[in-house]
Design a protein around this ligand. Sequence first.
Ligand code: NAD
Ligand code: GLY
Length: 372
Amino acid sequence: MDASPSASSAARVQIALGERSYPIVIGAGLFDAPDSYAGLPRAASALIVTNTTLAPLYAGRLQQALAGRYGAVHTVVLPDGEAYKTWETLNLVFDALLSHGCDRKTVLFALGGGVVGDITGFAAASYMRGVPFVQVPTTLLAQVDSSVGGKTGINHPLGKNMVGAFYQPQLVVCDLGVLKTLPPRELGAGLAEVIKYGPIADAAFLDWIEAHLDALRAGDPAALAHAVRRSCEIKAEVVGQDEREGGLRAILNFGHTFGHAIEAGLGYGAWLHGEGVGCGMVMAARLSARLGLLDEPAVARIARLVERAGLPTVAPVLDAADNAGRYLALMRLDKKAEAGEIKFVLIDGIGKAVVRGAPDALVREVIDASCA
Ligand code: NAD
Ligand code: GLY
């Protein structure tokens, strides 16, 4: 797809996946500029999928930007929150598509954070066996991670993101301007996914994050632009090599094995996804150290950065009677687990990740040392 004229001054990162390739454009003032969407195929209709928080803020402006391009632009407003990343909410998107007579060329626009993006992508993958969709991520987390790479889906009460599909968008429009309305706690959650890229892939980026964390938390536009761009570059590199997580892509789940257990164990929405990931990275770093892969100063460095991002570093007790057992049971449901063996993303020196199992006894020690 061609870059749009207004996006030509924006930073651009390409996801290289052959015929499923697409650009991520990053800059301010993009989401409500018609030119941002100029490279998309024309269609009779489009459906904006958003939520109750974002609809009053941004849906009208996106609708106007798309009005000249599609005969009809419809909007469906979903309930807001991780607790609504469900079949029932997904069905609201299908209800809207069918009631508006949307066809195979209808383009879906995901206007929101990771929850809206994951649901919309799954709806696009399934409706009439696949319709085009565009990601317009409005959280830092979605801009640096969830809108990119084609993982879509919903939660099951027994496990996070357990039902879904790999399905790539046609375009990702990261408008840094919309981050101005993002609550600080949500910005912190996004920083967890930014921090993740340093230990797994880029030691120099970790240095940069340490130096610019205060600017990032203050919403400094230049710092955010660099963080989004570098994160997307690293993710593009990984996804380009392993779209369907046959191996390498699993490194993007650093902190997620422990983090997903926290999210599912507490009930979705009690901790933000990024908070689970932040704490989970500290736990995974500790496990890396116990396996002799990482030294203690590096563990302390990761923990300090997570703390500076305003994220929790002490994990919750999920079961007073057998806390470690509860964590282990939840982690055995992780998608990386094979034949009941949990696979952890571990850090083998800052900048390099490995995916492997670990003895339950060591994992229990880490859980005991991390929970309060
Ligand atoms: P979210 O989608 O719940 O958004 C966070 C909150 O911020 C919501 O209340 C939302 O309405 C609000 N919000 C969003 N943008 C706003 C803005 N600009 N101004 C004001 N409020 C705004 O959470 P998230 O952190 O964006 O995403 C988390 C989800 O992403 C999880 O479900 C996680 O599993 C998923 N995820 C998916 C991938 C992937 O590869 N597909 C990767 C990472 C995370
Ligand atoms: N967020 C992990 C992945 O996209 O693979």
